[in-house]
Write a protein that binds this ligand. Structure first.
Ligand code: ADP
Length: 453
């Protein structure tokens, strides 16, 4: 096992990794920017190293400073957390070149899944069902027109290097293709420095359902079921639940087995998430995330698996501590992302928290770095707390969530707590009939009813 783990991240995810390390009795080093000197992970880690000013490019993305901090403190492994360098294959290579272990997948998998065109080709080879579309990159408008005629409209133009929903444009009809093609390319060029695009049929009312997979270096591959993440705003997830209210146990077993088999086929190592769109009973692979997901706790709640602990064990060459047969899905879990954002305008609301009280009691888990007196810095992601609620079944989980939200206090800054309080009482949430369009097109427009046609 590792002698000391360096955590190259901040916020609630740094704390999550720190907690797993402490329970495994592995000493920790946290690196941080000057803006995070008073943060919870810095207070709780065994050692901390300030690696730069607030700007992420000079601190949390400063590879030389992170590697130097590992050298100075004698760390022998690096956990990248979620975001920042977690899906940066070059960073994983550099970590290994310095004789350290990167707690994550192999660089080749990070690289191939990071390029969405290559990812789709790899996924197809591994037997995953794809959204109908172009077989690879689409270089010219003439190619796009030809493929459009075959696949049909509406058509989505997507950036190969895309992320966070950027570089994605819908062409409703063939005469809108030229405009969508050129604007997706220029947005992709500006955002990612790469204007490679590909085409997919644009699904009208899908759900976003993702499957958690985990693989060790001894040939063991297990799926841990799905997470339903359809409640999204601007492609950002806000509310996630496991299991999905849309799937039967047979469908869960089927898509889980397909995802696990694809993971095995790829020779993948560590934790990963295969994201699918689900419409009319069919799954369509859209991408694989080669890291821990923000919403991983809901999977932990219904399976009893500690995903971070398993990540560390796998990186140390140990086998998974369970088999597929050991995994059962018990009860229901929901995660609400509490962001320092205005609940209606979604503008970030950084600032000092003068009163913080987390919900508690049976079935409640709060992953958060907040404390009374903490100043939320304006430089980073606005996620400040994850409220994770477990119940024996979905109705009990929703009832518990309602009472937990009423207990939760973050003052005086506006947060998305109020949005979640309204969400939990929405008809489409209560009956589970929402899809990825529901939040923006119906709920935020004042209609909380379901989406059933
Ligand atoms: P990113 O990496 O930018 O997040 P994804 O491919 O994961 O891009 O897609 C993000 C979101 O965009 C999905 O969760 C879904 O809401 C929407 N989306 C992606 N592909 C399609 C599609 N073919 N049809 C309809 N919606 C899509």
């Amino acid at each position: 096992m590792f002698k000391k783990i360096l955590i190259a991240n901040r916020g609630d995810v740094a704390l999550r990794v720190l907690r797993a390390c402490k329970e495994m009795q592995i000493p920790t080093v946290i690196v941080h920017s000057t803006a995070d000197a008073d943060s919870m992970p810095v207070r709780l880690a065994d050692e901390s190293v300030c690696i730069g000013p607030p700007s992420s490019s000079e601190s949390y993305l400063n590879v030389a400073a992170i590697i130097t901090a590992a050298g100075i403190t004698g760390a022998d492994a690096v956990h990248p957390g979620v975001g920042f360098l977690a899906e940066n294959a070059d960073f994983a290579d550099i970590v290994a070149a310095h004789g350290l272990t990167f707690i994550g997948p192999e660089p080749r998998h990070i690289r191939s899944m990071g390029d969405k065109v290559e990812a789709k080709i790899t996924a197809a080879e591994a037997g995953l069902p794809l959204v109908p579309g172009s077989p690879g990159a689409v270089p010219t408008l003439a190619d796009a027109r030809r493929i459009g005629a075959e696949v049909g409209y509406p058509l989505l133009v997507k950036a190969a290097s895309g992320g966070g929903g950027r570089g994605m444009k819908v062409a409703e009809t063939a005469d809108r293709l030229a405009e969508a093609f050129s604007s997706a390319r220029s947005e992709a060029k500006a955002a990612f420095g790469d204007d490679t695009v590909y085409l997919e049929r644009y699904l009208g009312q899908p759900r976003h359902i993702e499957v958690q997979v985990i693989a060790d270096s001894h040939g063991n591959v297990v799926h841990l079921g799905e997470r339903e993440c359809s409640i999204q705003r601007r492609h950002q997830k806000l509310f996630e639940e496991a299991p999905s209210p849309a799937l039967s146990p047979e469908q869960r077993q089927e898509i889980g087995t397909i995802a696990a088999e694809a993971t095995r086929h790829m020779g993948y190592l560590g934790v990963g998430t295969m994201e699918f769109l689900y419409e009319n009973g069919a799954f369509f692979f859209i991408e694989m995330n080669t890291r821990l997901q923000v919403e991983h706790p809901i999977t932990e709640e219904i399976t009893g698996v500690d995903l971070v602990r398993e990540q560390v064990r796998i990186a140390a060459g140990m086998p998974l501590s369970f088999t597929q047969e050991d995994i059962t899905f018990t009860g229901h879990a929901i995660e609400c992302r509490i962001n320092a954002e205005h609940p209606e305008t979604f503008m970030p609301t950084p600032g000092k928290v003068t009163a913080f009280h987390a919900a508690g009691g049976p079935g409640i888990r709060v992953d958060s770095c907040l404390y009374t007196g903490y100043s939320i810095p304006p430089f980073y992601d606005s996620l400040i707390a994850k409220l994770i609620v477990y119940g024996d079944d979905r109705d009990k989980c929703l009832a518990r969530l309602r009472r937990a939200l009423a207990e939760f206090i973050v003052e005086p800054i506006p947060t998305t707590l109020g949005l979640h309080e309204r969400l939990v009482d929405a008809e489409a949430v209560k009956d589970g009939s929402y899809n990825i369009r529901w939040l923006e097109e119906k709920f935020l427009a004042g209609d909380d009813s379901g989406t059933a046609e």
